[in-house]
Ligand binder design. Structure first.
Ligand code: HEM
Length: 146
């Protein structure tokens, strides 16, 4: 699927001295979510996704702006809430990171792989912490309503 808007495939962004083209990001994201759909463990929480091409566009945009690129579509992200309700936990996260790393290795050079792997590991830690905080908040408020 080609993006109808936004950067050209060859437009690039430099992150900590490492260059990624928009095409690199799209190829990784596209392949990753194809792998997710065939993964025994991860396909379960991802049943909430009904429009895969749209999800892939949103997530390509997410990584492009995360790496410092200019936003080019209207997209608001609310990862903590979405992940909590998707059942995010440590086991899912380990599998996610493993599959993501395998995908990176199929598309990118060693510098790109190392950098993107590090960024996902940090985001995974941050998501875990924020997920635990949200869980406490959610349980407290649920109990008040019971
Ligand atoms: C470092 C690891 C991860 C990163 C960086 C990441 C990133 C993201 C981002 C940015 C979104 C879009 C959120 C939005 O649209 O507001 C998303 C959606 C999603 N993630 Fe993750 N994720 C990670 C791990 C996981 C894991 C372990 C699971 C397993 C439960 C998971 C399940 C999902 C699902 C099901 C959605 C789609 C929700 C929906 O739109 O219905 N993610 N992820």
């Amino acid at each position: 699927m080609e993006l109808k808007q936004g950067p050209q495939t060859t437009d690039e962004i430099i992150v900590n001295g490492v260059s990624f083209t928009h095409g690199d990001i799209y190829n990784v994201v596209d392949d990753f979510y194809t792998r997710i759909q065939g993964d025994v463990m991860l396909k379960v929480p991802f049943q909430s996704v009904h429009d895969w091409p749209e999800h892939i566009q949103r997530l390509t945009h997410f990584w492009w702006i995360r790496f410092g690129g200019k936003p080019y579509m209207f997209a608001e992200y609310n990862p903590v809430l979405k992940h909590f309700f998707a059942g995010f936990d440590g086991l899912f996260l380990s599998r996610w990171l493993q599959l993501f790393y395998e995908t990176l290795c199929s598309h990118l050079n060693p510098d790109q792989i190392q950098l993107w792997k590090m960024v996902t590991e940090r985001m995974g830690q941050s998501l875990s912490i924020r997920n635990e905080h949200f869980k406490e908040y959610y349980e407290q408020n649920k109990n008040q309503q019971d």
